[in-house]
Design a protein around this ligand. Sequence first.
Ligand code: SF4
Length: 347
Amino acid sequence: MNGILNCTIDELEKIFLNNGFSKYRAKQIFVWLYRFGSRTFDEMTNISKNMRDELTKMFYIYRPKVANVAHSRDGTIKFLFQLADLNTIETVFMPETKRNTICISTQVGCTVGCKFCNTGYNGFVRNLTTEEIISQFLAVKDYLHLWDTATERLSNIVYMGMGEPLFNYENVLKSMQNLMCDENEGISRRRITLSTSGIAPVIERLAKDLPCRLAISLHAPNDNIRSKIMPINNVYNIESILNACRTYSYYHKYLKITFEYLLLKDINDTDDCAHELIALLKNINAKVNLIQFNPWKGCSFTPSKKAQRFSAILQKAGLEAPIRARRGIDIMAACGQLQSHGREERI
Ligand code: SF4
């Protein structure tokens, strides 16, 4: 049996045509899956009983098990989802005044191994499938009863959870196609942000395949510092990443690229670093998101106290440079704090 959430609408149309069903049924089913959150085919009342029975034999509708839910004082909610093979991933829901954002994972663990990140510290297990990525969005809506409430829509998606999305490109691409589908009302490419450690050749592919908002985990103004905190820089250095960003901007001038910059005391938070960063991002349609380091057990970095000063230097040079609000730090849901629990630590 296939997981229907693994199928794009084009793929489903082909399967239907090959099985004697009308192609237009695929769109109807997408409405049930993505707009109403159906978890069985029997709920799909505008589909004939005969077809519903056939669909039940051909497909299942995937949801992960909700293994744990942690509530932060600031309203952030962290979900621990258990997958069919008992691996676990974390997903974070962040309510705000005008929008609700979900931060989803794309891998169990991560191969990139950024020194400041708990996910990377815990190693890599495997890529998530398309349905495992999409179902984080659906399962959070299930849990919080967000299917009917027009005012409390889950309006923004950030691919910033566990894993490097561009190392799981095919599944991430398909998940974005489905989440951006017309039937999943309101989730446009401007409401989806993909964050990457800078896999330069794949950034260029993304520019052509399916543009969305792009965030680059830069975290340093030069290769010397960046290679020390992000070993991936030895493969894709800053110049190669910025060239890929220029290509991205060439195709999508209206999408400003966000450069994430985690401030680490005495590593990358000096005035000189700020000035170097300004020079680096000159001529790029860029914005800088300054992030405060969120400590976790086993990590020796210290949060910087210079965020305001750093931000002021960038802003004086005309760069938008907000300091990102810390969310969910008391439940280990903030940036860089997510982790999977190894299979030996099953729930
Ligand atoms: S910051 Fe992102 S890319 Fe780096 S180790 Fe963590 S999850 Fe992987």
